[in-house]
Design a protein around this ligand. Structure first.
Ligand code: SER
Length: 355
C-alpha cells in the first residue's frame, strides 16, 4: 500500500517535553470531535500529528499541527512518521467497522490488528527512548461481545466486561485482540530483554456502544441505523431501517464518547482496576429511537426492511452494558440520557445543520 505524506499549510508549533500527540483515524467521526478537544487543550503547546486515509479539511486540518494521508496498515509509513516526530501519546481511532469488516475480513484484520500492532510497538519504543510512559488510548466496542442467539442475548441482559466474550464479527475479534495486545505491550513486551527499561505503553481502552453524532453520519458500522434514522428525518428523506423494530443495543452521544475517553486518559493510573472499561448512556430499541425521532420530526418517513446478516450482528451484541467499573474507578457519568441526547444536543444541532 502506498501512502503519501502531505503537510498542511499550518506552521509547526513548539513541542513540550510531553512529546507529540498522534491521532489515527483523524478524519473519522470520533477523530473530528477528539481533534477539536485536543486542540482546545493543547493547541500551541504540543504538536498534534494526525493520520487519515483521506486529506483532512476544515476544523480537523486546522486542529492538527501536521496531518498525513496514509494507512496505519502501512508499517513503513508509520515508521517514517515516528522518525520525524517525538511521539509522546497515541489516540488510535483508525478501524474498519463491523459491517465493512464482514465485507472484507482480511483487510479488517490488516488495518485493525496489524495496524494496531505497529502503533503499539511504536509507542513501546517511544516510551523506552523517552524514559516516560506513553499513554495509548484505544476505542474498543460493544462488538467485542458476542452471544449465540437472540434468546441468549435476552438471557444475558446487562453485560459486564468479563461476560459474553465470543464476538461473531471480524471487527469484534480484532478489537478484542488489540485489547489483549495492549495488555501485552503494557506489561510484558521484551520480556527477555534485560535492558528493557521501566517506561511502558500506558494502554487504556473503552468498549463503546453505538455512538450518535449530530455532525457526522457513520460509515460501515452496524449500529448506524440509530444515527441514520435521525439524519434522514432531519433532511426530510425517507429511511428504511436494516434491523427489526425490537432490535436493542446501548448508545451514547459523540460528546459523551469523547468526554469518556478524555476522562479515562486523565485518570491516575493507580485508580484504574482494569485496562478496558464499558461505558453506556441509554439502551433504546430501534422502535424507541423511531418514536423519539418522530417527537421532533413528526413527518419522518421511517420503514423497516431488516437485512438478515446485519440483524444477526445486532442480535449478537448485548442489549445493555454494565459500566459500574468506569463509574467507580474514574467517575464516569454520561451528560446525555435518551431524552437529553435528542432534546439538548442532537435535534438542535441537526436542525441547525440541515435547516
Ligand atoms: N459502531 C460500531 C459498529 O457498528 C460498533 O462499535 O460497527
Amino acid at each position: 500500500m502506498t501512502s503519501t505524506m502531505t503537510e498542511p499549510k499550518s506552521t509547526t508549533r513548539s513541542t513540550a517535553t510531553t512529546g507529540a500527540i498522534l491521532v489515527t483515524g483523524a478524519g473519522g467521526e470520533m477523530g473530528h470531535a477528539l481533534l477539536k478537544h485536543l486542540h482546545g487543550q493543547w493547541g500551541g503547546q504540543r504538536e498534534i500529528v494526525s493520520i487519515d486515509l483521506r486529506e483532512l479539511h476544515g476544523e480537523a486540518a486546522a486542529a492538527s499541527t501536521h496531518s498525513y494521508c496514509g494507512s496505519v496498515a502501512d508499517a513503513e509509513f508509520v515508521q517514517a512518521l515516528a522518525s520525524k516526530h517525538d511521539i509522546g501519546e497515541v489516540w488510535h481511532l483508525a478501524a474498519l467497522l463491523s459491517s465493512s469488516g464482514e465485507r472484507n475480513p482480511e483487510l479488517a484484520l490488516s488495518v485493525n490488528v496489524m495496524g494496531s500492532c505497529t502503533l503499539l510497538k511504536l509507542a513501546a519504543e517511544s516510551a523506552r527512548r523517552r524514559g516516560h510512559d506513553v499513554p495509548f488510548m484505544f476505542p474498543s466496542t460493544i462488538a467485542a461481545y458476542g452471544v449465540e442467539s437472540l434468546a441468549a442475548k435476552v438471557a444475558a441482559g446487562v453485560v459486564s466486561e468479563d461476560e459474553c466474550g465470543d464476538p461473531i464479527t471480524m471487527y469484534g475479534l480484532n478489537k478484542r485482540a488489540v485489547e489483549e495486545m495492549g495488555r501485552y505491550y503494557m506489561r510484558h513486551y521484551r520480556l527477555l530483554d534485560a535492558d528493557r527499561g521501566t517506561a511502558r505503553v500506558d494502554f487504556r481502552s473503552i468498549r463503546f456502544p453505538g455512538i450518535i453524532s449530530a455532525d457526522t453520519v457513520p460509515m460501515g458500522g452496524t449500529s448506524d441505523y440509530g444515527p441514520e434514522m435521525l439524519h434522514a428525518a432531519a433532511q426530510g428523506k425517507p429511511y428504511s431501517c436494516f434491523v427489526r423494530p425490537d432490535a436493542q443495543i446501548s448508545f451514547m452521544t459523540m460528546p459523551d464518547a469523547v468526554r469518556a475517553l478524555v476522562h479515562l486518559a486523565q485518570a491516575p493510573r493507580s485508580r484504574l482496576s482494569r485496562q478496558v472499561y464499558n461505558v453506556t448512556a441509554f439502551a433504546p430499541t430501534a422502535a424507541q429511537i423511531e418514536a423519539k425521532v418522530r417527537e421532533f420530526f413528526p413527518r419522518a418517513e421511517i420503514s423497516y426492511a431488516p437485512v438478515e446478516a446485519r440483524q444477526r450482528i445486532v442480535d449478537s451484541w448485548p442489549m445493555d452494558l454494565d459500566d459500574s467499573a468506569a463509574r467507580r474507578d474514574w467517575g464516569w457519568s454520561p451528560v446525555h440520557g435518551f431524552d437529553e441526547a435528542f432534546r439538548d444536543y442532537l435535534v438542535p444541532a441537526v436542525r441547525a445543520r440541515y435547516g
